[in-house]
Design a protein around this ligand. Structure first.
Ligand code: ARG
Ligand code: ZN
Length: 871
């Protein structure tokens, strides 16, 4: 049951108005819908039957057309769809369904979390509530009536404005919500529960006052202040950066504990995973603070990029997600440090999205087909999609990009459109030809750009030749050149940035348009062969190869004016050295290395001008995951050994420096989530993670003291993780004390679960099984499942145990979750799908587990991922 983009047809019917009534109850909930429908004039087919989407969990108890009850012979239900053969051209369809939110473990549609009712309708959850045209190009004006017992559900929310409240004849309470903006069903939301609220307000650019409300369970109300401030910053920023003003009189956010993803942009009523909304200094790390701010912004920004202008079909998902991620990345950069944010985003993209693009689920940013759309909420759609928008920004420049964005919103307000429409608006307003550029949307895989160069001293000309190649795969046997913007600067050997001329323009930096498989660029006005600083700011999502010497890299690391490339150069030195060590380990040799990073780090630490956050990032060695992405085949134990070796080597060579650094950045005082304070904590804890590798008692003692006395979760949890991963004698006691201290705070307990599960011991499977028996664990809660199984995935001798026990254990959990929560089960498959890149022994064991899963009766979600990875 594969669905193809090429088969897209406009909907045969439209729904102008949708009136919903929910009679909420702990056992059965009755949903009544009145759909004001008509044939779509654009469809041209006047005989087509009406086919409504539904699900096996929806029980039809009444159906009428224009108040004439339809007898069973006038409709049928087949494979979850409700089919009505004969209809008028315009009619009101009334449909009564019965659902059981309390038994909804998929967390799609209407379900219960703690004591409340809540919804998640994107992408196709609405069909689990009632029969509907559940597709994003059917936009309707919704009026929603909620009926419930007010004693248990004093708060009853839906999209738009509350227009009425009263009592039913049975003494229940009803409230009516009306949303004047037409929207697809995936943006519908409903919440009912005994919730506490924080109220605030925001005055828009045009001086309209908007009521802001954040709802949580009462015990969490003290953790929403940061999200509220982040919301107000987002609202202001979208006015200033994009000219986008909020459009309703009220904006609400609700936090729920059980949620499959991060958060959801339902019109006027965002629903958040509580882990992405709640924050307090004692319980939340700096990373999580920044995440809360970014996700609050992301969901808010969707009000324009997603809601006012939405997607025609789900193949266009990146239209809203890629653009909105780009918007939230730029927002965070403006709020904090641009370079730090860029390094973090690129590091994530190169690690996780590149791995996805090289794996069996590789797909273009606009996929051509899918079996289950939930599987396509991917790093490719989100992160690579954002890189495409960023490249458009680079190609047009800030001003023309803004004009293009204005035209896009203006031209398509209230419409459901495509990625092509977005690019066309950018092109029309700027005059920049993006015809070839659009290929980024349809071609999968990470392009490899290889650069070589030569210098002609007689003419002072530097020639840079670049080739590009996107790897072919079975699904994509031929690949074509892309339009790749490459930002370039040139340095002399003393580290000075040079001015050069390229096709008539003289500058310290040039944007090269690489748009064929091989091109040579000529820079003139030079006196000696420069060191090129290539792909500055990571101007395109590609793998760049250039044969840098270590001294070139050390030069870029210390002197490049592009902060991103300083980091990138340091990473490259580390990757080169780690690769040597990994090869020694695979060959069974004892590891040895004379590390050039010692010199590089010394210079780095003596440069007082640098942002401590940047220093921390440069000091951070490439992760196990990034080195796995680069390797082929992957030897997990060798990578781990190499990283450990290099880290210890650097720690011993620079032990005095790390101790000093630790003390210098050990700021005290009241916690603040400002860029400046976050930077100090980040560098301090990075320094500590090196210092403990010297195995000095002093370092271990400092770790323990930090754990014991910290006034914030960043410092406490950093100390705990460092203790656990450095065999601190007190680590076991510290873990136990941490749980005791925080057992009443589920979000902190999740961190404890993750850290506990990530411990690297050969009986890790037994430990993780014990964790899943612990009272702190709950299989129904996606955050807890992710913590334990995500943590376990990081345990090299546990998950990647050569005997295959780790893979077997994960497969058991996937099979268990497959029927309960297909979305979560499907995501858990990811590590196993990388089996082809793994060294032979482990590869075979992973494959066997995938085959065992495939032999089960599977959900569409798990079936798609597992079958594609075995194909
Ligand atoms: N649109 C949401 C966001 O990116 C993601 C929701 C996806 N949920 C899902 N179950 N597929 O902000
Ligand atoms: Zn989004």
């Amino acid at each position: 049951s594969t669905i193809y983009l090429k088969d897209y047809k406009v909907p045969p019917f439209l729904i102008d108005k949708t009136e919903l009534t929910f009679d909420l109850d702990e056992t059965t909930t009755v949903v009544t819908s009145r759909l004001h429908m008509r044939r779509n004039p654009a469809s041209g087919k006047s005989t087509e039957p009406l086919v409504l989407d539904g699900g096996e969990d929806v029980k039809l108890i009444g159906l009428a057309m224009d108040d004439y009850a339809l007898p069973p012979e006038e409709y049928r239900i087949s494979e979850g769809k409700l089919i009505i053969t004969a209809t008028a051209d315009e009619f009101v369809l009334t449909c009564e369904t019965l659902i059981e939110p309390q038994n909804n473990t998929r967390l799609e549609g209407l379900y219960r979390s703690s004591s409340m009712f809540c919804t998640q309708c994107e992408a196709e959850g609405f069909r689990h509530i009632t029969y509907y045209l559940d597709r994003p190009d059917v936009m309707s004006v919704f009026t929603t009536t909620i009926i419930a017992d007010e004693a248990r559900y004093p708060v009853m929310l839906s999209n738009g404005n509350q227009v009425e409240k009263g009592k039913t004849e049975e003494g229940k309470t009803f409230v009516v919500w009306h949303d004047p903006f037409p929207k697809p069903a995936y943006l519908f939301a409903l919440v009912a529960g005994d919730l506490a609220v924080k109220n605030d307000s925001f005055v828009t650019q045009s001086e309209r006052e908007v009521t802001l409300q954040i709802f949580t369970e009462p015990h969490n109300l003290d953790k929403v202040d940061y999200a509220m401030e982040a919301l107000k910053r987002s609202m202001r920023w979208d006015e200033e950066a994009y000219g986008r003003e909020y459009d309703l009189d009220i904006f609400m956010i609700v936090a729920v504990d059980d949620f499959n993803m991060g958060a959801m942009e339902n019109k006027g009523l965002n629903i958040f995973n509580s882990s992405c909304l709640l924050a307090s200094p004692e319980t939340t790390t700096d990373d999580s603070y920044l995440r809360v701010e970014a996700i609050v912004a992301h969901e808010y920004f969707h009000n324009w990029s997603g809601n006012r202008v939405t997607c025609r079909d789900w193949f266009q998902l990146s239209l809203k997600e890629g653009f909105t991620v780009f918007r939230d990345q730029t927002f965070s950069a403006d709020m904090h440090s641009e370079i730090v944010k860029r390094v973090e985003d690129v590091s994530f993209l190169r690690t996780a999205q590149f791995a996805e693009d090289a794996g069996p689920m590789s797909h273009p940013v606009r996929p051509a087909s899918f079996i289950e759309i939930s599987n396509f909420y991917t790093l490719t759609i989100y992160e690579k999609g954002a890189e495409i928008v960023r490249m458009v920004h680079t190609l047009l420049g800030a001003e023309k990009f803004r004009a293009g964005s204005d035209l896009y919103f203006d031209r398509h307000d209230g419409q459901a459109v495509t990625c092509d429409d977005f690019i066309t608006a950018m092109q029309d307003s700027s005059g920049v030809d993006l015809t070839l550029f659009k290929r980024w949307y349809s071609q999968a895989g990470t392009p490899v750009v290889t650069a070589t160069d030569e210098f002609d001293s007689a003419s002072g000309t530097y020639r840079l030749t670049m080739k590009q190649q996107t790897p072919a795969t079975k699904n994509q046997p031929t690949t074509l050149p892309l339009h790749i913007p490459v930002r370039v600067g040139l340095l002399d050997t003393s580290g000075k940035v040079l001015t050069s001329a390229l096709s008539g323009s003289t500058s310290e930096e040039h944007v090269l348009h690489l748009n064929s498989s091989e091109q040579t660029f000529e820079f003139t006005g030079l006196t000696s062969k420069p060191v090129p600083s290539l792909l500055r700011g990571f101007s395109a999502p590609v793998k760049l190869h250039y044969d840098y010497s270590t001294s070139d890299l050390l030069l870029l690391m210390s002197s490049d004016t592009d902060g991103f490339n300083r980091w990138s150069a340091a990473q490259q030195i580390a990757v080169n050295e780690l690769t040597m060590l990994i090869n020694q380990s695979i060959a069974g040799e004892s590891l040895s290395l004379e590390s050039q990073l010692v010199k590089g780090f010394k210079a780095l630490l003596s440069d007082e001008s640098l942002d401590p956050a940047m220093v921390a990032l440069i000091l951070t060695l490439p992760s196990q995951a990034y080195l796995s992405e680069l390797a082929n085949p992957i030897h997990p134990a060798a990578i781990k050994e190499a990283r450990q070796y290099l880290k210890t080597l650097l720690a011993n060579a620079l032990s005095g420096e790390f101790e000093l650094l630790y003390n210098k950045h050990n700021i005290q005082g009241e916690y603040q989530a400002t860029a400046e304070d976050i930077a100090h904590r980040s560098l301090k804890n990075t320094a500590l993670s090196y210092w403990v590798e010297t195995n000095s008692d002093q370092a271990h003692q400092a770790t323990f003291e930090q754990f014991r006395t910290a006034n914030n979760m960043t410092d406490q949890f950093s100390a705990l993780s460092i203790a656990v991963h450095s065999n601190n004698a007190k680590a076991t006691d510290m873990l136990a004390a941490f749980y005791e201290q925080w057992k009443a705070e589920p979000l902190v307990v999740n961190k404890w679960l993750m850290l506990s599960a990530s411990q690297d011991s050969s009986d890790a499977v037994a430990s993780v099984k014990a964790l899943m028996e612990h009272t702190a664990f709950d299989l129904k809660n996606p955050n807890k499942v992710r913590s334990v199984l995500g943590g376990f995935g990081q345990s090299i001798s546990g998950f990647h145990n050569e005997d295959g026990s780790g893979y077997h254990f994960l497969a058991d959990q996937i099979i268990l979750l497959n029927s309960r929560n297909p979305q979560i089960a499907s995501r858990l498959c990811t590590p196993l799908t990388r089996w082809k890149k793994m060294e032979a022994k482990r590869s075979e064991k992973m494959k066997a587990e995938l085959e065992r899963i495939l032999a089960q009766d599977l959900s569409k979600d798990v079936y798609e991922v597992v079958s594609k990875s075995l194909a």
